[in-house]
Design a protein around this ligand. Structure first.
Ligand code: AMP
Length: 255
C-alpha cells in the first residue's frame, strides 16, 4: 500500500484487505514531491509519523517502508513514466504534473518492494485506473486491487486533507457526497443527458459555503472518458475547492 501518511480509516481499510488476503503487508509512507506543483501544499501536507506508526502497529501491518526524499530521488534523477490516455482528463487536466509524479513513484515502489498485490483506494479513482493501465501496458507483474471509499459519518470521503477543516465544516462537506447521490438518482431514474445531471449536481454542491467547482464529469467505468449519453454504467467524478483546499470524490453508478 503506497501512502503519503497522516493515516486514516481509508488507508487502514486497504491494509485490512491486504491482511485478509496476503501473507505480508507492506505500507510505504512517502510524501512524494514530484506529484505536487510548486503552488501546491507539499510543505504543509500533514506529517504525523509517530501517530502513523502507532496505527500501523495496532492494525498489524508487517513492514513500514519510510524512504527519504534523497534516497528515492538522487541528485541526477531523470527518468519519469507518463501514461498518456487515462491520465489525460480530470485530475490530469487540472494538475498536469500530477500523474507523471504518481506513476513514477508507484513504479519505483513496486520495483523496490516487489509486491504480488497492491491495494489502491477508489476514492482516487483515476489514480487507480492509471496504475492499472501502466501495469498492463508495461507488463508489471503485480495485481492491482481497488478498495471502496471509506467515508466520515457525514458522507465526506476520508482524506488526509480533511484535517485542514473544522469539525463543523467536515459535517457540511458531507453535502459533496449528497451531490454525487443526486447525480446517481437522476441517472437511475433514466436521465441520460449528462448536462442535465451535472447541473443538478452543481446546484447541490453550491449549498456548501465558499465552494468553487473545478470539474464535474461523468465518464465510462473503464477509462473515465466523458460520456455524451448516459446509457451505460458510469463514474461521476468531481473536484472542488474549499477555502484553498482541493477535494475530490466520485461515485460509480451501475446501470
Ligand atoms: P494517499 O495517502 O492520499 O496518497 O492515499 C494512499 C492510498 O489510500 C491511495 O490508494 C488512496 O486512494 C487510498 N485512500 C485514501 N483515502 C481513502 C478513502 N477515504 N477510502 C479508501 N481509500 C482511500
Amino acid at each position: 500500500m503506497p501512502t503519503m501518511g497522516a493515516l486514516h480509516k481509508g488507508h487502514l481499510s486497504l491494509i485490512g484487505e491486504s491482511k485478509k488476503n496476503c501473507d505480508l503487508s507492506v505500507v510505504s509512507i512517502f510524501v512524494n514531491p514530484t506529484q505536487f506543483s510548486p503552488a501546491e501544499d507539499f510543505s504543509d501536507y500533514p506529517r504525523m509519523i509517530d501517530q502513523d506508526i502507532e496505527k500501523l502497529k495496532n492494525i498489524g501491518a508487517d513492514v513500514l517502508f519510510l524512504p527519504t526524499k534523497d534516497s528515492l530521488y538522487q541528485k541526477d534523477f531523470s527518468t519519469y513514466i507518463n501514461e498518456e490516455f487515462v491520465s489525460a482528463g480530470l485530475e490530469g487536466k487540472s494538475r498536469p504534473h500530477f500523474f507523471k509524479g504518481v506513476s513514477s513513484v508507484v513504479l519505483k515502489l513496486f520495483n523496490i518492494i516487489k509486491p504480488n498485490v497492491a491495494y489502491f483506494g477508489k476514492k482516487d479513482i483515476q489514480q487507480l485506473k492509471v496504475v492499472q493501465k501502466i501495469v498492463k501496458d508495461l507488463n508489471v507483474s503485480v495485481k492491482i486491487v481497488g478498495v471502496d471509499t471509506v467515508r466520515e459519518k457525514s458522507g465526506l470521503a476520508m482524506s488526509s486533507r480533511n484535517q485542514y477543516f473544522s469539525k463543523e465544516k467536515r459535517i457540511e462537506l458531507g453535502l459533496i457526497y449528497d451531490a454525487l447521490k443526486v447525480g446517481e438518482t437522476e441517472i437511475l431514474s433514466g436521465t441520460s443527458n449528462p448536462d442535465i445531471i451535472k447541473k443538478s449536481i452543481k446546484k447541490a454542491l453550491l449549498k456548501i459555503k465558499n465552494l468553487k467547482i473545478d470539474y464535474i464529469e461523468i465518464g465510462d467505468t473503464q477509462n473515465l472518458k466523458s460520456l455524451k449519453t448516459i446509457n451505460q454504467s458510469a463514474i461521476i467524478s468531481l473536484a472542488v475547492w474549499i477555502n484553498g483546499t482541493r477535494l475530490i470524490d466520485n461515485i460509480e453508478v451501475n446501470l
